[in-house]
Design a protein around this ligand. Sequence first.
Ligand code: IDP
Ligand code: MG
Length: 139
Amino acid sequence: MAGNRTLTMIKPVAFQRNLTGPILSKINEAGFVIKAMKFIQLTKDQASEFYKVHEGKPFYDNLTTFMSSGPIIAIILEKENAVEDFRKLIGATDPVEAEDGTIRKLFAESKSHNAVHGSDSDENAIIESDFFFSKTERF
Ligand code: IDP
Ligand code: MG
């Protein structure tokens, strides 16, 4: 059975460009409910831990430098079929390939300076939610 929660991050460049409001509007309009939200700046080590699955890939160092370059917003979202539906809402990793109307098409600067994260499985949604939030910080 598909889970009902996913983890997103509004990435540094989107936050800096004041896109938090527009992105949250798209998320709410699509029927996702915010269950936890945190404003935080990751250290390089924390970003490296979060993205450990990509360790060794050519973009890993740039990615973790970018993700620790400024504040982000980490959010747990709830909706039926959350992981899959949220991936559809954000679109392809490369905004050039993302469908019209998706969050990445609308708001991402580039593939490497992406606007948002979305968990890729129910299992990772739980791992990633636990990375950012303790039991008392979620509803
Ligand atoms: P996803 O965010 O769509 O799940 P992943 O493959 O998990 O994509 O990659 C994580 C992040 O790493 C992406 O959001 C993107 O910012 C960056 N990234 C992925 N592939 C590339 C690449 O080929 N060049 C530069 N950055 C990349
Ligand atoms: Mg991913």
